[in-house]
Design a protein around this ligand. Structure first.
Ligand code: TXA
Ligand code: MG
Length: 345
C-alpha cells in the first residue's frame, strides 16, 4: 500500500472539519472521533472508498462495517425493514453507542456488508462526528481506526500510531468518553440478539425491550447468517503485542513467574513484565511495570485501551491482567480482555 501524508486536523476548528468533509467527498479516508472509539471513515455509498478502509486496516473483507448517520431518518433510509423495536431503541439510545443490525437497503454496497443482507447502523454522539455528518449529508462507514486485531484507538495519537501514512487525515476530537466500542444488537423476525457487548450494558436494553438473546444466530438454513453472525467476533482481537494472561489478584505474582518462564524460552533477554490491576485491593508486585485502573466499570472502560497501549509501548512482553468483577456492567470489558488474552489463531 502506498504511503501518503496523513493530515492532522483539529475537530474544534470549523475549517478543519470542512477539510475532513472535502477529503471524504473526494473518496478519502479520515479517522474521526466518536463517543466510543475513533473510527476510520469513508463514504458508505462509495464502494471504492470503502475498499480503502479494508486496505488501510489490513481487515479481512469478510468482516462488515458499521454505518454512521447524522439522524434516525437517514439511518432508516438505509434499511429495508424497520420494526417498531428499532424506533423504540433508536428513540432511547440515539445519538449514542448502540449499533442496530437490520436488513439492508439496496443502496448499500456489498463492500460495507461483506456481501451479507444486513447492515449495522448507528448515530454517534460526539459533537465533532455530528458536525461532520451534518455537513456531509451522507452516511459514513467506519470501523475502529486501528490496524486489524490491534487495540482500538481512543485518542488521535493512538490512530496515528497505527495508521500514519496509510490514511488521508485524522480529525482530533480529544479523548473518547466511553473508551469501548458500541453495543451491537441484531433485530430480525426472531427478536433482538446481542452480537457484541459494548458501551451500553445489556440490562439497559432489557429494561426497555425485555429479554435479549445472546450471541450469533445459528440458522443452518440461511447462508447469509454466516455474515450476520458478526464475523468480527473472532477470538483474538483488541490485543497488544506480547504474551497476555488474565488472572485473579492473588495469582498475579505466580502468573508473572509462569509468563516470564515462557517468554524467556523464546526471547534472548529476560522479558519486561507488565501488570494491569483493577481496583485498589491487589498489592503491586515487584519487578513489573504496574498500571492500575479504578474498580468502576465506566472509568475502567474509558482508560482500558490507553493502558493496554501503554504496556505495549513500554515493550512489556509478558502481561498479567487482573480479572474484573462479575456483573453485567463489566460484560463488555470482560469480553475485550478475554479476546486480548486469546491465543493467536
Ligand atoms: O463503537 C463502535 O462501534 C466503533 C465506532 C467507530 O463506531 N466501531 C467499531 O467498528 O467498533 P468495528 O468494525 O471495529 O466493529 C464492528 C463490529 C464487528 O464485530 C462487525 O463484525 C460487526 O460490528 N458488524 C458490522 N456489520 C455487521 C452486520 N451487518 N452483521 C453483523 N455484525 C456486523
Ligand atoms: Mg474494531
Amino acid at each position: 500500500m502506498s504511503t501518503r501524508k496523513t493530515e492532522r486536523l483539529d475537530g474544534s476548528i470549523a475549517a478543519d472539519v470542512e477539510r475532513a468533509a472535502r477529503l471524504l467527498r473526494a473518496g478519502g479516508l479520515v479517522a474521526i472521533p466518536t463517543e466510543t472509539v475513533y473510527g476510520l471513515a469513508a463514504l458508505a455509498l462509495d464502494p471504492l472508498a470503502v475498499r480503502g478502509i479494508y486496505a488501510a486496516k489490513g481487515r479481512p473483507s469478510s468482516n462488515p462495517l458499521i454505518v454512521h448517520t447524522h439522524d434516525l431518518e437517514s439511518a432508516r433510509a438505509l434499511t429495508s425493514w424497520w420494526p417498531p423495536l428499532a424506533s423504540a431503541l433508536a428513540g432511547a439510545f440515539w445519538p449514542g453507542p448502540l449499533s442496530l443490525v437490520l436488513p439492508r437497503a439496496e443502496t448499500i454496497p456489498d463492500e460495507v456488508t461483506a456481501g451479507g443482507q444486513t447492515v449495522a447502523l448507528r448515530v454517534p454522539d460526539h459533537p465533532v462526528a455530528r458536525a461532520l455528518l451534518k455537513q456531509l449529508g451522507a452516511p459514513l462507514a467506519a470501523p475502529s481506526a486501528n490496524r486489524s486485531e490491534h487495540v482500538s484507538p481512543t485518542t488521535a495519537e493512538h490512530v496515528l500510531a497505527d495508521l500514519d501514512g496509510r490514511i488521508d487525515a485524522v480529525l482530533d476530537g480529544g479523548q473518547c468518553g466511553f473508551g469501548i466500542e458500541s453495543t451491537v444488537l441484531q433485530l430480525d423476525r426472531a427478536g433482538p440478539r446481542l452480537l457484541r457487548a459494548g458501551a451500553i450494558p445489556r440490562d439497559r436494553l432489557e429494561a426497555l425491550i425485555g429479554p435479549v438473546a445472546l450471541g450469533a444466530a445459528q440458522d443452518r438454513f440461511s447462508k447469509s447468517v454466516l455474515v450476520s453472525a458478526s464475523p468480527g467476533q473472532h477470538q483474538r482481537h483488541y490485543a497488544p503485542a506480547g504474551l497476555l494472561r488474565l488472572c485473579v489478584g492473588p495469582e498475579v505474582p505466580s502468573v508473572l513467574c509462569d509468563l516470564s518462564a515462557i517468554a524467556q524460552e523464546t526471547l534472548a533477554e529476560p522479558p519486561k513484565l507488565g501488570v494491569l490491576l483493577c481496583g485498589d485491593e491487589t498489592p503491586e508486585p515487584a519487578g513489573a511495570l504496574v498500571l492500575r485502573l479504578p474498580g468502576d466499570a465506566v472509568v475502567y472502560a474509558r482508560f482500558l485501551y490507553s493502558a493496554l497501549r501503554a504496556l505495549e509501548d513500554a515493550e512489556c512482553s509478558a502481561i498479567a491482567i487482573e480479572e474484573v468483577p462479575v456483573g453485567v456492567a463489566w460484560d463488555a470489558i470482560r469480553d475485550r480482555l478475554t479476546r486480548a488474552a486469546a491465543q493467536p489463531s
